[in-house]
Design a protein around this ligand. Structure first.
Ligand code: ACO
Length: 322
């Protein structure tokens, strides 16, 4: 039994913030941001929009694309590190707002790798025949946790959500393999210190703190390791892959991986110039755009690979459609 993707959807806030907009309030420039990250603009949600609002938009589109009624869902899994509240979870809010009354629902915390972790969990429930129909979501609004005076982090992130509908299938298409990893010993390089049980009053601040250079080093290692690891599990070679969709954090991380692994640039999908790093939303958002751009056809082999806080990384190999 395989988990097959039958619908994809995404949602971003309407407000576009360009590099030049940021340069008006912090000591940076369009040129620095473009050269060092590849990012040109990002979407930033307003005060009244939370992670579940974007996730709901993405889920409705994914369910519509799949022509699948929410009330038939068995499970909702959301990868997020910026939930509306510590509880209830974003997935429970979605379960209620979608009318998915039969579905169990929980969130997964793996930061920018959140979608890979959620997709792995969702597909496993189908493979082991516990459930038949699962909604998997990646959604984050990390711009709400940025220190807008810290030019080292505030230029990098944007908000968004992406979702896929999985269904049980006995044909050859679907998730072929999933590979996940955590390196908790490196967790201190990327941390949101306040708001958890160690500091509920956020005395240590409520902003993302990151050692960019250390995360960069991990990212290039993690992308390669996750691609190689997942393809090995799927019994496939690099040459078998039609499209790589890496986590959209920084074009230099993507280009370094292309060069190091000898990948063909045309086979690597990039949309980070439009959205920045949208954390757990990054991969499903890119998947949705790659489909809309006609980059994916039936029978294609696709690798989704992510890395993020934890530190964590993961990849999923998919045979598309059919
Ligand atoms: N504008 C202008 N100058 C800047 C900016 C900015 N926005 N940010 C930093 N600088 C300056 C620094 O102060 C430094 O100046 P100095 O030489 O006078 O000290 C100089 O630019 C170089 O800074 P570096 O930090 O060395 O720049 P680097 O080339 O490493 O790029 C970056 C920084 C973009 C953050 C990079 O390290 C990176 O992308 N790291 C990975 C981040 C990442 O992928 N995070 C994923 C998070 S995933 C998750 O789970 C949330």
């Amino acid at each position: 039994m395989k988990a097959k993707i039958i619908g994809v959807g995404s949602c971003v806030p309407s407000r576009v913030v360009t590099n030049n907009d940021l340069a008006k309030s912090v000591d940076t420039s369009d040129e620095w941001i473009k050269t060092r990250t590849g990012i040109c603009e990002r979407r930033i949600s307003d005060e009244d929009t939370s992670t579940s609002d974007l996730a709901l938009g993405a889920c409705k589109k994914a369910l519509a694309a799949a022509k699948f009624p929410a009330e038939n869902l068995d499970l909702i899994v959301v990868g997020t590190t910026s939930p509306d509240t510590l509880f209830p979870s974003v997935s429970c809010i979605l379960q209620y707002k979608l009318g998915a009354t039969k579905a169990a629902a929980f969130d997964v915390s793996a930061a920018c790798s959140g979608f890979n972790f959620a997709l792995t969990i969702g597909s496993s429930f189908i493979e082991n025949k516990t459930y038949k129909n699962v909604l998997v979501v990646g959604a984050d609004t990390l711009t709400k946790y940025l220190d807008w005076t810290d030019r080292g982090t505030c230029v990098l992130f944007g908000d968004g959500a992406g979702a896929v509908v999985l269904t049980a299938s006995e044909n050859e298409a679907g998730i072929l393999a999933s590979w996940l990893k955590a390196e908790g010993s490196l967790g201190y390089h990327l941390i949101m210190p306040g708001g958890g049980s160690r500091d509920p009053e956020q005395k240590h601040g409520r902003f993302i703190r990151m050692d960019g250079k250390e995360v960069f080093k991990f990212a290039v290692r993690a992308l390669e390791e996750s691609i190689v690891g997942s393809l090995k599990l799927a019994n496939l070679k690099i040459e078998d892959v039609d499209l790589f969709i890496p986590h959209q954090a920084n074009i230099r991380i993507v280009n370094y991986t292309i060069k190091k692994m000898g990948l063909s640039k045309e086979k690597v999908y990039v949309n980070l110039h439009k959205y920045g790093n949208t954390s757990a939303a990054s991969i499903p958002l890119a998947l949705d755009e790659a489909l809309a751009d006609g980059k994916i056809k039936k029978g294609d082999i696709i690798v989704l690979s992510g890395f993020g806080a934890g530190l964590t990384c993961g990849a999923n190999v998919i045979k598309w459609g059919g």
